[in-house]
Write a protein that binds this ligand. Structure first.
Ligand SMILES: [Zn+2]
Ligand SMILES: [Zn+2]
Length: 345
């Protein structure tokens, strides 16, 4: 089968013919219908992600059709499914309490196992999979795999965002735009920041109440002014020191900061205003992924038409276009994400 393999950091991925995977006893083999291209893939491609090394196959935002099912999989050939990027074991105490995203035995295809930038992918722990709703375009479903699910858990799980509250979103990449769309559907008022005017316009078109150009450096002060004291909830969707500091500084007292962007490489540690956190009595949440039992609530929002995820997918590309998509992330990107939908070329 055809697959895209990382052979050297920052070099084009190699499109290779590799053996078909073996089917796990509690898992399935999927014919990949679509796989999203993500900032996390870029981190892997540049060598900043500890789990991506030469020889790795990335791709963690996928949906597909079951072509083979293990005896304990619970799925049948022909079923169309969508995967969370975290495949939890299902048996440990954390999993049994519903906290699958912190499962110590989790498998993450694309990082800790071969991923879905390939014609087929093995998916162990198939109890994590959700049925792809009838009529949901696979490219849109793949686009949910990481960013929309993460945003849904950040807003509804970690921050417990309420209707009428002010939400600030720092960075309008895929997960930032996802948070915007979902927060609007939850009835929150939303301010986004970015440094790319085209992306700010795009966010306005998706219903942002305010879209601020952060290049002036005073985004936090402007958010406090617009909201009459600060946002109730603020998300850093990038993982950069400037946006994290702005996210903390834009909060009102008792505000909740959610760290969605992954601070990697030399941003893994940074200085933040701890006195401001103390005196503002702020809450800080880290978040990563979504427990799979939340798929029904998220998919219902989409199937019912309350959330339109179509604007998130900007481009449908071929497997051989992946390298160009990753290279483009070295600079400012236009809005929307790319999804690989053609694995034959
Ligand atoms: Zn577990
Ligand atoms: Zn992702």
């Amino acid at each position: 089968m055809r697959a895209a393999i990382l052979r050297a950091f920052d070099e084009p991925l190699a499109i290779e013919d590799v053996p078909m995977p073996d089917c796990p006893a509690d898992g399935v083999i999927l014919r990949v219908l679509a796989c999203g291209v993500c900032r996390s893939d870029w981190h892997g491609w540049t060598g900043e992600h500890a789990r991506v090394r030469p020889g790795s196959r990335m791709g963690h935002e996928y949906c597909g059709e079951v072509v083979e099912a293990g005896p304990q999989a619970g799925w049948m050939p022909g079923d169309r499914v969508i995967a969370p990027f975290i495949l939890a074991c299902g048996a440990c105490p954390d999993c049994q309490q519903g906290h699958q995203t912190i499962c110590e035995h989790q498998i993450v295809p694309g990082f800790t196992a071969p991923g879905a930038f390939a014609e087929y992918v093995a998916v162990p722990h198939a109890h994590n999979l959700a049925r792809l709703p009838e009529g949901l375009d696979p490219a849109l479903a793949a686009g949910l795999g990481c960013r929309v699910t993460t945003a849904w858990e950040a807003l509804t799980g970690r921050a417990a965002l309420q209707g009428g509250e002010w939400l600030a979103i720092h960075g309008t990449g895929g997960v930032g735009l996802s948070a915007l769309i979902l927060a609007r559907a939850l009835g929150a008022r939303v301010i986004v920041t970015d440094i790319v005017p085209e992306r700010l316009d795009f966010a306005r078109g998706l219903g942002a109440d305010h879209a601020l150009d952060a290049r002036g450096g005073d985004a936090a002060a402007r958010i406090r002014e617009i909201t009459g004291g600060g946002a109730h909830v603020s998300i850093d969707a990038l993982g950069f020191p400037d946006t994290i500091r702005a996210s903390l500084a834009c909060l009102r007292r008792l505000g909740r900061h959610v760290q969605i962007g992954m601070p990697t490489g030399h941003f893994a540690t940074m200085e933040i205003d701890m006195l401001g956190i103390y005196s503002g009595q702020l809450a800080l949440f880290g978040t990563r992924g979504m427990p799979p039992w939340k798929f029904p609530s998220l998919l219902a929002m989409i199937s019912s038409g309350r959330v339109d995820v179509r604007p998130l997918v900007a481009r449908r590309v071929r497997l051989s276009d992946l390298s160009a998509e990753l290279a483009a992330m070295n600079g400012p990107m236009p809005p929307g994400v790319a999804v690989v939908t053609d694995f034959s070329a």
